[in-house]
Design a binder for this molecule. Structure first.
Ligand code: 3HC
Length: 699
C-alpha cells in the first residue's frame, strides 16, 4: 500500500510497503532552514513511532540535495530544532536511514548525509564542507563523523579548503558508499530495497573509531599559523577534528562550542556579506534584460590586457579574433596567450586537449576589417583618447549591425568614445583587471546612451567568463581606480608625515592585505605611476598638498622596484629588504618641506588608509557612480585584494559606525582640511541612524 503525506511545506513522507521515503523540497537549493529541520525531525520521529517501515530513504527534489544550513538565518536568533540535534536523532533512528545525494551536498547538507546509515551518490554529485568560506566550521557533526568514515586527512583537506570533491573521490575515501546513475526517487526506492534484501550494509557513523594522526594535526596547525594568521575558523577546524578521537557526544560538544565562537566573529559577517554580495551585484534590473548572443569576440590590442582578456574568452569557450597593428605585436600577443593557457594547464584548470582547442579558436589578424563578423569587440589599446576615437570611428564602419563595441579603458570617458560612432547605444565600457584571465572583477560601464540589452549582454558576458560584473557609471577611474587614487594619497601623506614605507606595508598586511602598497608598487613597477603623474602634472591643483614627491625622487634615481633591483625595497635575494637610500630620500624631503615626522602606530596607519578608502567610496555612492554600497565592496574584494573576511570598505564602515567615522575624519581634518572632508551622505546617514547595509536594502 502507498501513502503520502506532507509533514510541512518542505518535507513529505511517502510510504510504499516496508519503505518510507522522505523528500526534502525547499527550492532553490534545499537549504536546511527551520521548516526543513523541523520536518526531518518530525518525519523520523513519526516513522519510528509507527514502526511499520523497515527502512527510511531521504532524498531531495529539484536541482540539488541540501546545499547546507540556511545562510540567511545566520546572525539572527537561532530557531529550534538545531541542526546537530536533528542529525543526532537521525543517527539514533532504530529504523535504518539512507540518503540519496545528487547535485551538491554541502555543509549541513553533507552533514545530514553523514548522520544517515549509508550514503548513495548519483553521478555528477559533489560533496563538500564549505563553511570555512563563510568564516565558520562544520557545526553539525562534519568534523566528527567525516573522520570516522574517511579519515582525518580527508576531512582536514575538505574543511580547510572549503572546496567540494567529486563523487568518485568521495567514494574512494569512504565518505559515500555507492555511486549510481538515475533519478533520486527511483534510486531511493531501489537502494531501500537493497537494505531490506541485505545487499546494502548500514551502520551509525558514530559507532566507528577514528585513527588519530597527531603529526598531521600538528603540521596542519603550524602551517595555518604561518599562512592564515588572520583567520579564526581554520584553526578551530583543526581543534575540532582533533576532538574526533573522543566519543561522538564529547567531540560534538567541542565542535559546537567552536562553531558558536566562530558565529560571533566579525569575520563571519564579512565573509557572508561577500557570499551574498557576489550574487547581489547582478541582481539588478540592468542585468536582467534580454541579452544579445555572443558567439565570437574581437579584441583589439595584444598587450598584457588584450592578451589576458583574450585568454579569459578562450577559457570560456569563446572564439577570439585578435587584432594588432604590426606582426611583432601580434606575435607577442599570441605568445602571451599561449603562456597564459599553459599556466592554466599547470594550475590544473585546463586539460592539454582543451588548451589545444582554445588555441585553435584564436585567430590573429593585422586587419581591423576582420572584425566584420564578431558579436562583441573589446578595445584594449593604450590610454589615448585620440587613438580610441580613431578605432571606434573605424569599428563603426566595419562591424555588423547589432555588434557591441566595448572599451577596456580604465579612466577615459565612454560617452566621448561612443560619440565617435553612429551607434552610441551599442557602446559600453568593459573594464577588466590585470591579470584579466585571473582577476574576477569586471566593471561594466554604462554610457549615457548605452542600450538596456547591451548592458544586460555585458552582465551575461561577465557570467560566461565566471567574472563578477559590477555596474559603474562614467567618471574618471569609474568605481575602483577612482577610490584607489584617493586613498593612495593617504598612503603618500602617511610616509611624508613620518611613517616608513615598510611600517605602512606591515600595518596593512596585518589588516589582511596580501601585500602592502609599497611592495605592490615595487612589483608593478614604480615607473608606471610616475609616467601617469608626469602626464597629469598640469591638471594638479596647486592648493592640493602633493602626496608623492618622494615617489618621484625615487624614480628619478632609476629605481623602479623589482625589475631594477631597488625601489622602496632592495631585491638582492628573494626577500625584499628596506632600501636605506629610499629612506634617506624621504628624510631629506621631510627636512626640505619643514615636516616634523610623527609616529604612527599600526592601528593609526590602518585607520587612515581605511577611512580614506571609505570617504571616497561614500562619494561614489553619493554621486551615483556605483549603485549601492555592496557594489563598491565587491569591486574591492574581487579587483583590489581587499581581505574577503573584512567584507569590503563599506561593510567595514558599518563596523566602525557613522559617528566614529565622522569624528575620525574631523580629527584628521585638523591637519589637512582640504583632503579630509566629511561627505554629506555620511552626515545625512548619521542623522537618520542609517547604515550602509540599510542603503543596500533600499536600492
Ligand atoms: N542558504 C541560503 N541561501 C542559499 C544557500 C544557503 N546555504 N545557498 C545558496 N543560496 C541561495 C543563493 O543566495 C541564491 O539566491 P538568489 O537566487 O536570491 O541570489 C540561490 O540560492 C541560488 O544560489 P546560486 O546562485 O549560488 O546557485 P548555483 O547553482 O550557482 O550554486 C550552490 C549552488 C553550489 C549550492 C551555491 O549556492 C553554494 O555554494 N551555496 C552555499 C553552500 C554553503 O556554503 N553551504 C554551507 C552553509 S553553512 C552550514 O551548512 C553550517 C553547518 O555546518 C551547520
Amino acid at each position: 500500500m502507498t501513502t503520502s503525506s506532507a509533514v510541512n511545506a518542505n518535507i513529505s513522507i511517502e510510504q510504499l510497503g516496508d519503505i518510507a521515503l522522505i523528500c526534502i523540497d525547499n527550492p532553490p537549493v534545499n537549504a536546511s532552514g527551520q521548516l526543513v529541520r523541523q520536518g526531518l525531525l518530525d518525519a523520523v520521529t513519526q516513522l519510528n513511532s509507527a514502526a511499520d517501515a523497515k527502512v527510511i530513504a531521504i532524498y531531495a527534489a529539484g536541482r540539488t540535495f541540501v546545499a547546507g544550513a540556511d545562510i540567511k538565518e545566520f546572525g539572527k536568533p537561532p530557531l529550534e530544532p538545531y541542526l546537530p540535534d536533528v542529525f543526532n536523532a537521525i543517527e539514533a533512528s532504530a529504523i535504518p536511514v539512507i540518503s540519496i545525494l545528487h547535485g551538491t551536498a554541502l555543509g549541513g547538507g553533507f552533514e545530514l548525509a553523514l548522520s544517515t546509515h549509508a550514503r548513495i551518490g548519483l553521478k555528477g554529485l559533489k560533496v563538500g564542507l564549505p563553511e570555512v568560506n563563510l568564516g565558520l566550521l562544520p557545526g553539525a557533526g562534519g568534523t566528527q563523523r567525516l573522520p570516522r568514515l574517511a579519515g582525518m586527512g580527508f576531512t582536514l583537506d575538505m574543511a580547510l579548503s572549503g572546496k567540494p570533491v567529486s563523487a568518485e573521490a568521495a567514494l574512494e575515501a569512504g565518505a559515500i558508499d555507492r555511486l549510481v546513475e538515475g533519478d533520486p526517487r527511483d534510486v531511493a526506492l531501489a537502494m531501500a530495497q537493497e537494505v531490506i534484501d541485505g545487499t546494502l550494509a548500514t551502520r551509525p557513523t558514530g559507532s566507528l573509531q577514528v585513527a588519530a594522526d597527531e603529526t598531521l594535526l600538528e603540521e596542519t596547525a603550524n602551517k595555518l599559523r604561518m599562512k592564515q594568521p588572520h583567520l579564526f575558523s581554520p584553526h578551530k577546524i583543526v581543534e575540532a577534528v582533533a576532538a574526533s578521537t573522543l566519543p561522538l557526544a564529547e567531540g560534538l560538544k567541542v565542535e559546537r562550542a567552536a562553531f558558536m565562537d566562530a558565529m560571533q566573529t566579525p569575520q563571519r559577517g564579512g565573509l557572508i556579506h561577500a557570499f551574498f554580495g557576489e550574487r547581489a551585484v547582478s541582481n539588478i534590473p540592468e542585468a536582467k534584460g534580454d541579452a544579445r548572443d555572443i558567439a565570437k569576440v574581437g579584441i583589439i590590442g595584444g598587450g598584457t590586457m588584450g592578451s589576458g582578456i583574450a585568454t579569459a574568452c578562450l577559457l570560456a569557450g569563446l572564439p577570439v579574433r585578435l587584432i594588432e597593428v604590426a606582426q611583432d605585436g601580434l606575435d607577442r600577443g599570441v605568445a602571451t596567450i599561449t603562456k597564459n593557457l599553459e599556466g592554466a594547464v599547470k594550475r590544473g584548470k585546463l586539460t592539454q586537449a582543451k588548451k589545444a582547442a582554445a588555441l585553435a579558436a584564436l585567430e590573429p589578424s593585422l586587419a581591423m576589417e576582420d572584425l566584420a563578423d564578431v558579436d562583441l569587440v573589446i578595445e584594449a589599446v593604450f590610454e589615448s583618447m585620440d587613438v580610441k576615437r580613431d578605432i571606434f570611428g573605424k569599428l563603426d564602419t566595419i562591424c555588423k549591425d547589432g555588434a557591441i563595441l566595448a572599451s577596456n579603458t580604465s579612466y577615459l570617458d565612454i560617452n566621448e568614445i561612443a560619440a565617435c560612432t553612429s551607434r552610441p547605444g551599442d557602446v559600453l565600457g568593459l573594464h577588466f583587471f590585470s591579470p584579466a584571465h585571473v582577476m574576477r572583477l569586471l566593471e561594466i560601464v554604462q554610457g549615457a546612451e548605452t542600450a538596456p540589452e547591451v548592458l544586460a549582454t555585458g552582465f551575461a558576458f561577465a557570467k560566461r567568463l565566471k567574472k563578477v560584473g559590477v555596474l559603474a557609471q562614467v567618471c574618471d577611474g569609474f568605481i575602483g581606480n577612482r577610490i584607489m587614487n584617493h586613498y593612495a594619497k593617504a598612503v603618500g601623506y602617511l610616509v611624508l608625515d613620518g611613517a616608513s614605507p615598510a611600517e605602512v606595508d606591515q600595518a596593512l598586511e596585518g589588516f589582511g592585505l596580501a601585500m602592502g602598497p609599497h611592495k605592490v608598487g615595487d612589483l608593478a613597477g614604480l615607473d608606471i605611476g610616475w609616467a601617469n603623474r608626469k602626464r597629469t602634472a598640469d591638471q594638479r591643483d596647486p592648493a592640493d598638498r602633493y602626496a608623492t614627491p618622494h615617489a618621484d625622487r625615487i624614480c628619478e634615481q632609476g629605481w623602479f622596484g623589482r625589475k631594477t633591483g631597488s625601489g622602496y625595497y632592495t631585491y638582492e635575494d628573494k626577500h625584499p629588504k628596506v632600501n636605506p637610500e629610499a629612506i634617506k630620500i624621504i628624510e631629506d624631503l621631510r627636512s626640505e618641506l619643514g615636516i616634523t615626522p610623527q609616529d604612527f602606530s599600526a592601528e593609526e596607519i590602518v585607520d587612515r588608509y581605511l577611512t580614506a578608502m571609505i570617504v571616497e567610496s561614500i562619494r561614489v555612492i553619493e554621486d551615483g557612480t556605483a549603485k549601492r554600497p555592496v557594489d563598491v565592496d565587491m569591486v574591492f574584494l574581487f579587483g583590489y585584494g581587499f581581505p574577503r573576511f573584512r567584507g569590503g570598505p563599506l561593510h567595514q564602515a558599518d563596523q566602525i559606525g557613522t559617528k566614529a567615522l565622522i569624528k575620525r575624519i574631523e580629527g584628521y581634518a585638523v591637519e589637512d582640511a582640504r583632503y579630509w572632508q566629511v561627505p554629506q551622505l555620511l552626515r545625512d546617514m548619521d542623522a537618520a541612524g542609517q547604515t550602509f547595509a540599510d542603503l543596500n536594502k533600499k536600492a
